[in-house]
Design a protein around this ligand. Structure first.
Ligand code: NAD
Ligand code: DAU
Length: 343
């Protein structure tokens, strides 16, 4: 199979490409299309860039000409769309950027895929499209969409466009909706790498609200396996939830304490700050469908995965120190400056 993977200089896409290359000869050719935004980093693919089956193209998924050129030149069989603006806090500051990439970009890609007869289009989506849960229950694939942020609203819109292509044209699409990922190479704006890297510098860990918001954590390797399972055996027109087990559901405060305990740093670094606007209280998905139809289940326990991830950041300071400088530092100062001063 010849695959176009968009957004693969980011956290999850790069993991997927690395995983795919480690599985002997699953893919004949992998073309990566990534515009290298602040979140995209070729260092994430450094160990595989020289692979003879990998081709990297710097470009935007909104650019139909580039996309169509790749599909024709590389005779693409399937597209996996990871490319997105992915951070909720940034979507509060600049919602239009999220509409541009996540909605417009997905539609441009989808249209090109249909016109050039790409056999399958897999949209990598998120459980955030379902909104927020109370203390009990889980999201099913049939749970109505109820997004809370411009990020999740733009991802929900993209899902609907992708599913509409199946309904209107019978085009072969699948959508995966995954819970929170963690692992190596995650950009340090996200909760776990932000807290690990701040703690390593003995800086405050900015905990939103009361710290009792719950996320269901999934190691990124498990997500990569799920995507391959859906790409190769998922049913056309279907949505598949992907997520952790009951044991992987954790309140943020507990995750922060676990990070500090692995690092041997004091709990006093945790600083409660003003809550995120529209902060979803709890996420958890029922992944029975992908489990029973495709045999997928998570393999990495949160305890093992978190320890291994924290140690990766300890051992790879050069990687995160370079991405934490420049533009990211400006975002951090703007977004957290007043919060931390008041906290
Ligand atoms: P990320 O922010 O680390 O990476 C996004 C990548 O997309 C970057 O390499 C960036 O350069 C690229 N990109 C952005 N705009 C682009 C454009 N217009 N054209 C081409 N490339 C562009 O994101 P991530 O955490 O790896 O998430 C990947 C996908 O998985 C996203 O679609 C996200 O919504 C989804 N997802 C993420 C999580 C999570 O916990 N991180 C969970 C579920 C689903
Ligand atoms: O559920 C899947 C989603 O998970 C993905 O679709 C998103 O791309 C991904 O960013 C993630 O969204 P969250 O908003 O859940 O992740 P984030 O890492 O931003 O925050 C996780 C939790 O930690 C959330 O409850 C907010 C809290 N938090 C986060 C940051 C950055 C803090 O308390 N302080 C912080 O500084």
């Amino acid at each position: 199979m010849r695959i176009l993977v968009t957004g693969a200089a980011g956290f999850i896409g790069s993991n997927f490409v690395r995983w795919l290359l480690s599985q002997d000869k699953l893919a004949e050719q992998i073309t990566v299309l990534d515009s290298l935004t602040y979140a995209g980093n070729l260092a994430n693919l450094e160990d595989v860039l020289e692979s003879p089956v990998l081709r990297f193209v710097r470009g935007d998924i909104r650019d139909a000409e580039t996309v169509e050129g790749i599909i024709t030149d590389d005779r693409i069989d399937a597209i996996i769309n990871f490319a997105a603006e992915s951070h909720v806090d940034r979507s509060i500051l600049d919602p239009l950027a999220f509409v541009r990439t996540n909605v417009e970009g997905t539609q441009v890609l989808l249209r090109a895929a249909q016109e050039k007869n790409v056999k399958r289009f897999l949209q990598v989506s998120t459980d955030e499209v379902y909104g927020s849960l109370g203390e009990t229950g889980k999201f099913l694939e049939t749970t109505p969409l109820d997004p809370s942020s411009a990020y999740s609203a733009s991802k929900a819109s993209a899902d609907l466009l992708v599913l509409a292509a199946f309904k209107t044209h019978g085009y072969d699409v699948c959508v995966t909706r995954c819970t929170n990922n963690y692992g190596p190479f995650q950009f340090p704006e996200k909760f776990i790498p932000l807290f690990v890297t701040n703690a390593l510098h003995d800086q405050a860990l900015p905990m939103y609200g009361d710290g009792k918001n719950v996320r269901s954590w999934l190691h990124v390797d498990d997500h990569s396996r799920a995507i391959w399972a859906v790409l190769t055996n998922g049913k056309a027109g279907e949505v598949y939830n992907v997520g952790g087990t009951d044991a992987d559901e954790k309140p943020n405060i507990e995750v922060a304490e676990q990070i500090l305990s692995v690092l041997g740093k004091p709990k006093s670094l945790i600083t409660f700050v003003e809550d995120r606007k529209g902060h979803d209280r709890r996420y958890a998905v029922d992944f029975t469908k992908i489990n029973s139809e495709l045999g997928w289940a998570p393999q990495v326990s949160f305890e093992d995965g978190l320890r291994e991830t924290v140690n990766w950041y300890v051992e790879n300071t050069e990687w995160w120190q370079s991405v934490k400088s420049g533009d990211y530092q400006r975002f951090y100062d703007t977004y957290y400056g007043k919060r931390l001063a008041a906290g």
